[in-house]
Design a protein around this ligand. Structure first.
Ligand SMILES: NC(=O)c1ccc[n+]([C@@H]2O[C@H](COP(=O)([O-])OP(=O)(O)OC[C@H]3O[C@@H](n4cnc5c(N)ncnc54)[C@H](O)[C@@H]3O)[C@@H](O)[C@H]2O)c1
Ligand SMILES: [Zn+2]
Length: 333
């Protein structure tokens, strides 16, 4: 299969290119940071790149949380205008297969259970609670403690920042394209992706890369809140394999199917800091009680649908992946 990979110079896109080659496919790289630079918002360049292409794997995006709201037009431009230009060119060229990099951020705070009220969806946490070290969101009805659960694909979406909004809009655009053209679209909603090649020390980098950079400087990783935030850390090679599986699958035409893409093994941010510090030989993490307004407390996916329907399974375990990551190089200076 000849596959146009947008965002091919990125952390995840570059691993997808490698995985496609390993599976006997022919990736066509496409990225503003590649040589020659190719922008997904450039209709002529996209049309040219689609020649002879069987499928598109769309990873190009402006990522991270952004600095402030002034970034909104740039996010919408790269992520949503870019996706619209790409889909329009695919429609015209008769390319009918799309795999899109989605994100868990579309779910917001995720799923919780109250002993009295069942499944509830807490709103954003209050500053007064966070300042007082009350990090767990209370039941919105009775204020009781909640237990966090796994988010399924059918959970209501609740994007809480501009980036999350643009990731959700990409899915809506892909669904509209699929309905209009009869094409098949798959969105892989990635969890926290980590591994070699992860960008370091940008305002948008993931928490794993901040910890790794601190350790490399001989400093203790600084863990926010009380370290009990639950996430699902999924290795970049597993994410690349999920993309190959989705591209090769016999997926439904005329619709978008979304799949949570996580390891299926939730861990806390504190556990991750300890695993990295242990693998690096110290120093041990410090828990600071600091917080970032807008961070969600727990967000962990149920990736059973991806395992059942696409036959994919995470191959890199937490301890093994963190050991490798602690010793691996990262991109950027
Ligand atoms: N890293 C994660 O944990 C994570 C989690 C959820 C979703 N995602 C999604 O995965 C995808 C890849 O993310 P990543 O972590 O590899 O980030 P990255 O920044 O390393 O890669 C993104 C690439 O897209 C390119 N790009 C941006 N705008 C472009 C444009 N207009 N035209 C062409 N290329 C453009 C960039 O140059 C970059 O190389 C993104 O869609 C992101 O939203 C990532
Ligand atoms: Zn309650």
């Amino acid at each position: 299969m000849r596959v146009l990979v947008t965002g091919s110079a990125g952390f995840i896109g570059s691993q997808i290119v490698e995985a496609l080659v390993a599976h006997g496919h022919e990736p066509v790289p496409y990225d503003v940071r590649a040589d020659p630079a190719s922008d997904v918002r450039d209709a002529d360049a996209v049309r040219h790149a689609l020649t002879g292409v069987d499928a598109v794997c769309h990873q190009a995006a402006m990522v991270g949380l952004g600095v402030d709201f002034a970034d909104a037009p740039e996010y919408v431009s790269h992520n949503d205008l870019g996706t619209a230009v790409l889909l329009a060119a695919m429609a015209a060229a008769g390319v009918r297969r799309l795999v899109l990099a989605g994100s868990m951020v579309v779910y917001g705070e995720g799923r919780y259970t109250c002993a009295r009220h069942g499944t509830v969806r807490p709103g954003p946490r209050a500053v007064a609670d966070l300042d007082a070290g009350r990090f767990e969101p209370p039941c919105p009805v009775c204020g009781a403690d909640l237990s966090p659960g796994l988010v399924g694909e059918d959970a209501p979406v609740d994007p809480r920042n501009v980036y999350a909004t643009t990731k959700l809009t990409q899915e809506h655009l892909a669904a509209s394209w699929a309905r209009a053209t009869g094409g098949s679209a798959v969105a892989l909603r990635y969890h926290n992706v980590y591994g070699p090649g992860m960008p370091r020390d940008t305002p948008y980098a993931g928490v794993a890369s901040f910890f790794r950079s601190a350790l490399a400087r001989g400093e203790a990783p600084r863990v926010f809140e009380d370290g009990g935030q639950r996430r699902d850390f999924v290795h970049v090679r597993d994410v690349a394999a999920a993309n190959v599986a989705a591209l090769e699958a016999d997926s439904r035409g005329g619709a978008l199917t979304s799949y949570n893409t996580g390891s299926g093994e939730p861990h806390t941010v504190g556990e991750m800091a300890h695993a990295l510090a242990g693998a690096h030989g110290g120093p041990e993490p410090v828990v600071t009680g600091e917080y970032r307004l807008g961070d969600v407390r727990h967000i962990t996916a149920d990736s059973a649908r991806l395992r059942a329907e696409l036959g994919w399974k995470a191959a890199v375990g937490f301890a093994e992946g963190m050991r490798e990551f602690a010793g691996a190089g990262m991109r950027g200076a």
